[in-house]
Design a protein around this ligand. Structure first.
Ligand code: BGC
Length: 474
């Protein structure tokens, strides 16, 4: 196995060969990634098809976002952001081709609410919103609201969004199969101390893409690699067989986290992946996400370290209680351990905190493990991202495509070389696409306001067109 980050030297050859054997299943060749990209292309087709979509693991959900910003959007909006590590309420203004965040407030969602009754969750959201409106002196105003809800939803319209399933750490009862907008409005009515105007439901990938749309009008893909992972892109409506219409485009939320739920990726799943799935809150679903995202990377590394220790290839065969406890090896440890200069020092500190006795060779092995697991994550994202870019290119009959990906998420942002690994691989997998990456600044918050603003602009334009038609007829 190649030494990928250059910081994994210092392992005696014989030991290295033994460790490599365990890491081998996590190393994906370019050929394998090309093959995965082809499988993903077929899954996308299935998700878009009229008769096949209900069986598809990659759901390809219509978002009813039909346009990216054109610069004429304006107004005052509220935004909610639920689905990452925090819940936030924002007051956002869109004006003169800028999205200005006026103010925001984070609210913790206690663990018991994350897995409790849905009613309690929505009451909590409405209470946070009410408190925020008080502090902003906005209670008397009825503002439109963009709701970034980062879970797979079957959207019937921009303001009707049925939760398909919870992912990440959420599992509130009585919400799956229900319209999230209705549940929010009911919670607001129960309080009776404020009101909201129209609601636009937004996936975080879509918010991310839209928030990058002003600085870069080529931005037609949104991608998140954080607690969870997912991507959206602009598709020709004529290919979205579930939506009526022939002209124009619509943003599709791929929900690529579900790729492999039909066993299509079983050849690359390892024993450790099966164990992560088995012990997760939602076994059997979001297979792809569980190999990639921040919610799981720490546990994957932890299980690998435990296995190597049990094989007496690490820590002189000693396994601490911390290493046996899921969640103790945090995903941010991968970033700390892989840092070019401070990585070894960070590794010492982290292993001490996990009650492990290490020597210098152990530190290098731990670095190698982290590097291999994060590289696999970047490679898998690259394979699917390349598929999306190639799809846009072929949809347009182009030899070459220049496009921008709006991206967000703690793994992409905070890991020292994840983005480089990903970008290098995408170049190899989609050589006919020139892809730029733009980190979204608060896409979930500002993007939600932008989606709401674009929806209002399109509604305004359509009202104007209708009144023109009336004029012609009279
Ligand atoms: C959800 C997606 C979301 C992604 C990133 C996944 O678990 O299913 O809807 O976009 O996480 O937050």
């Amino acid at each position: 196995m190649a030494n990928m980050s250059g910081n994994t030297d210092g392992i005696p050859e014989e030991l290295r060969a033994k460790v490599d054997k365990h890491l081998e299943p996590f190393t994906l060749s370019l050929e394998k990634l090309k093959d995965i990209s082809i499988r993903f292309k077929d899954e996308m087709k299935k998700g878009l098809g009229k008769t096949t979509h209900h069986k598809a693991c990659v759901k390809m959900l219509p978002t009813f976002v039909r346009a990216t910003p054109d610069g004429t959007e304006k107004g005052d909006f509220l935004a909610l952001d639920l689905g990452g590590t925090n819940f936030r309420v924002l007051h956002v203004q869109v004006k003169e081709q800028k999205v200005v965040k006026m103010d925001s407030q984070s609210c913790a969602i206690p663990q018991e609410i994350m897995v409790g009754p849905g009613k309690q969750l929505f009451d909590h959201i409405a209470a946070c919103l009410s408190k925020f409106l008080d502090t902003q002196n906005l209670k008397g105003k009825t503002l439109p609201l963009g709701f970034t809800f980062s879970f797979p939803c079957e959207q019937k319209e921009i303001d009707k969004s049925i939760l398909i399933r919870w992912t990440k750490g959420f599992n509130c009862s009585g919400v799956e199969g229900k319209d999230v907008v209705k549940l929010l409005k009911m919670a607001i009515q129960r309080r009776g101390d404020f009101n909201i105007d129209s609601v636009a439901m937004v996936n975080d990938t879509v918010g991310t893409m839209m928030s990058c749309g002003y600085p870069d009008s080529n931005c037609e893909i949104g991608m998140i690699i954080g607690t969870g992972t997912n991507a959206c892109y602009m598709e020709d409506i004529k290919n979205v067989q579930r939506v009526v219409g022939e002209d124009g485009q619509m943003c599709i939320n791929t929900e690529w986290g579900g790729f492999g739920d039909d066993n299509a990726l079983n050849d690359i799943l390892t024993e450790i992946d099966f164990e992560v799935d088995r012990t997760s809150i939602n076994p059997g679903v979001h297979t792809f996400e569980k190999m990639i995202s921040g919610m799981y990377l720490g546990d994957i590394v932890c299980l690998m370290l435990k296995k190597l220790a049990e094989e007496k290839l690490l820590f002189k065969g000693q396994v601490s209680d911390a290493l046996r406890t899921p969640g103790k090896f945090e995903t941010k440890f991968l970033s700390d351990i892989e840092k070019p200069r401070s990585g070894l020092e960070n590794a010492k500190r982290i292993l001490n905190s996990l009650d492990l006795k290490w020597d210098l060779t152990d530190l290098h092995v731990v670095q190698l493990v982290c590097d291999t697991i994060s590289k696999r994550s970047a490679d898998l994202c690259a394979a699917c991202l390349a598929t999306l870019a190639n799809r846009i290119r072929t949809n347009r009959g182009l030899e070459k495509l220049k496009t921008t990906v709006g991206v967000d998420g703690t793994v992409y942002r905070k890991h020292p070389n994840f983005s480089t690994k990903l970008e290098e691989r995408v170049k190899e997998l989609a050589p006919q696409c020139e892809i730029s990456f733009l980190i979204s600044e608060d896409g979930s918050g500002k993007g939600a306001a932008m989606v709401t603003a674009v929806a209002q602009r399109l509604a305004r334009q359509s009202r104007l067109l209708d009144s023109d038609d009336d004029g012609d007829n009279s």
